[in-house]
Design a protein around this ligand. Structure first.
Ligand code: URP
Ligand code: ZN
Ligand code: ZN
Length: 460
């Protein structure tokens, strides 16, 4: 069915104007003033509201076997949460263990999302080991439409890679024309600090931060910059959390490394004191790299404003408090790492970014949608409002006022890290390729509408 969105204020990465948008056959076909309603077309009045391109979350975990358990969301619950929050596309980390065959793992992840996700999706393919057999699989996976890899420098013995594997993985990525997303923390430093704290009887969640201080992350970034510089590989630093790491990334960029930086909504709004909350409540805020000292927040906001930081993601990784986070009572190294935020990223970013004057509307759209589309080969199909683009649109009500609560969330979890925080704006209507998926802030979509987005390599 055709869709006509009338009188909205269209805001993209570089334009802002009032117009109508006509969508048919899943794409935007016309943008103009006073477009008449075609017979049978659904008409949405967007007067007084913004119309944004669908937001893209370039870093989520949904199917995630990790630290002896599994993240709680399914593709059904996660995609509903994404859409209600204005995210119409996510890029999931397919993270197989070392023993798994990469191609089988890719098919497993794809199978879990297909027919279950209400929004479009794609994957960063995890490179958790590197040998001849794995190399053949990675080549095949790229042919099947995955043009980004994921490597972990942390999590030694589990998802983490050795330097030899990092070298070979980046070399293959360069050869195939794909970009590699990397979790940067020095695994050996973490391991030694963890052992030291546990031996001293320091077992609470607050020691998670102390076992992974800023220098541990900055060293990881520096390490990646060196490898990337030597190999000429395109790299993307996931979940950068602090000033020290940003300085290393910018030093790399200044000497010509092809590097992009991502930060997370959690780092902008939460800090290390959250992981120090009493009665083990801090476990809800344990993630890696850890929440940092507040002094880092203006640095990250400034990075987003000035473009040193390209994207604002979530690293959505939900583990419940009732059972999963409890696995680490008495040993902080066993608390499953991760904080959920897929549902709340956009409303919190709009409230604390645009409404508080830290970023403008274009910086908001670029960092939460358009840059991810460009970096990961989805633009202009996604991240744009122009004829020919997918009709993924967010009619956003800047007058809405509400509060975040786990009681009303779509995420399959018993807590929300942003519980009680005010939001000043909300997606009113969200469309997935021309079909309404959210109306009045409620999911009304087709649970199986999401498609796997094939991406070409060599799009830089
Ligand atoms: O703590 C985190 N970030 N958990 C998810 C896995 C990862 O490192 O991205
Ligand atoms: Zn990570
Ligand atoms: Zn992650």
């Amino acid at each position: 069915m055709a869709l006509l969105i009338k009188n909205g204020e269209i805001v993209t990465g570089d334009q802002r104007y009032v117009s109508d948008i006509f969508c048919e056959n899943e794409t935007i076909s016309r943008i103009d003033k006073n477009i008449p309603a075609a017979p049978g077309a659904e008409v949405i009045d967007a007067s007084g509201k913004y119309v944004f391109p669908g937001f893209i979350d370039p870093h989520v975990h949904i199917h995630l076997p990790f630290m002896g358990t599994f993240a709680k969301d399914t593709h059904a619950s996660a995609s509903r949460a994404a859409l209600v929050g204005g995210t119409t596309t996510f890029i999931e980390m397919a993270c197989p263990g070392r023993a798994e065959k990469p191609l089988e793992a890719f098919e497993l992840w794809l199978g879990k999302a297909q027919g279950q996700s209400a929004c479009d999706f794609t994957f960063h393919m995890g490179v958790s080991r590197y040998d001849d057999e794995a190399e053949q699989d990675f080549k095949e996976i790229v042919k099947r439409g995955v043009s980004s890899f994921k490597m972990f420098l942390a999590y030694k013995g589990a998802l983490g890679v050795t330097d030899e594997e990092l070298f070979k993985g980046l070399r293959l990525a360069k050869k195939l024309g794909v970009i590699t997303t990397v979790h940067c923390e020095n695994a050996d430093l973490i391991l030694e600090l963890q052992k030291q704290f546990l031996a001293e009887g320091k077992t609470g969640p607050e020691y998670h931060y102390l076992s992974r201080p800023p220098l541990v992350e900055a060293e990881g970034v520096h390490h990646l910059m060196t490898f990337s510089e030597m190999l000429g590989a395109h790299v993307y630093i996931v979940h950068l959390s602090c000033e020290e790491s940003l300085a290393e990334a910018m030093r790399g960029s200044a000497r010509g490394v092809s590097v992009w930086v991502e930060t997370l909504i959690q780092y902008l709004l939460c800090d290390k004191t959250d992981a120090e909350r009493a009665d083990f409540e801090g476990a809800k805020f344990v993630m890696s790299p850890p929440l940092r000292e507040k002094r880092n927040q203006p640095v990250l906001w400034n990075g987003l404003k000035k473009g040193f930081i390209a994207t604002l993601a979530t690293d959505h990784a939900p583990f419940d408090f009732a059972t999963q986070k409890q696995m680490g009572r008495g040993d902080f190294t066993k608390i499953p790492n991760g904080i959920p935020s897929l549902e709340d990223r956009i409303n919190l970013y709009f409230t604390h970014g645009v409404k508080r004057g830290r970023i403008d509307l274009h910086q908001f759209v670029n960092t939460a949608s358009t840059h991810a589309a460009k970096i990961f080969g989805l633009f202009p199909r996604k991240g744009a409002i122009q004829p020919g683009s997918d009709a993924d649109l967010v009619v956003y009500d800047p007058k809405y006022r509400g509060r975040i609560s786990a009681r009303t969330q779509q995420m399959n979890l018993d807590y929300n890290p942003f519980e009680g925080m005010k939001i000043e704006g909300r997606p009113d209507v969200v469309t997935v390729r021309g079909k309404v998926a959210v109306r009045d802030g409620k999911f009304v979509g087709d649970q199986a509408r999401g498609q796997f987005l094939k991406r070409e390599p060599n799009h830089f």
